[in-house]
Design a protein around this ligand. Sequence first.
Ligand SMILES: Nc1ncnc2c1ncn2[C@@H]1O[C@H](COP(=O)(O)OP(=O)(O)OP(=O)(O)O)[C@@H](O)[C@H]1O
Length: 248
Amino acid sequence: MRLIETKDLVVRYGDVTALRDVDFAIDSGEIVTVIGPNGSGKSSFIRALTGVVPPTAGQVWRKPGLRLGYVPQKLAVDARMPLTVQRFLSLPDRRCGDEVDLMLARVGVPGLQARQMSALSGGQFQRVLLARALLTRPDLLILDEATQGLDQPGTAAFYRLIEDVRNDTGAAILMVSHDLHVVMSASERVLCMNGHICCQGKPDIVTAAPEYRALFGFGTEGTMALYQHRAHSHSHDGCSHAEDAHAE
Ligand SMILES: Nc1ncnc2c1ncn2[C@@H]1O[C@H](COP(=O)(O)OP(=O)(O)OP(=O)(O)O)[C@@H](O)[C@H]1O
């Protein structure tokens, strides 16, 4: 089932055009990864999809009653302010202990209810953010640089969890990353942004290749894949993928 669709989407802030000509759609159960360098319009795209920013031109269609779950890049928690995991997960909607128990177990961090948010490790924190998003039973889960700060085994474990969530709930997943090459292997599609969609395709699952082993080691168990960019007519400032792009 179609969840969101954009047609000729343009987002402008005053004189700055953050995004132009974006045609996009995502269906239930799909995993799509959006990659692009800093300033390429990824956040603007998410803001337009979620309705935080209105399109300057073009259209954004959302399935009526669409439930969105959002896992932010980071969330500042004031260490001086006491905030337990249970309380955090009950904001803004009150959640009973059993519901929180089950969800924390589901995301692989059982028994954390009484812990302070400020005392969690990076990986635990991300899983608690994911638990909060999942408590809303989303049709579409958007993850914004959700594995930033996690090491490679932590990222692999998080990717496995996201794939399980998709398989269990049928939710669509939209991952946003500024890593231009390494993506979640379960992504059905990768979109490369640079003010517009400059290329898109499937990631290459190359787990058997020695180059892959050299890059990822042995801890990722096939959760990560490489995205090969098609030749662009432009280069991306501050990143190298224009040089190693290849034509199909
Ligand atoms: N509120 C705003 N007002 C003016 N310009 C903005 C605003 N938000 C974003 N921009 C500009 O729009 C362009 C795209 O920014 P955006 O944050 O969407 O990119 P991004 O790919 O998410 O970047 P990053 O990876 O650094 O988070 C940039 O040139 C940015 O400076």
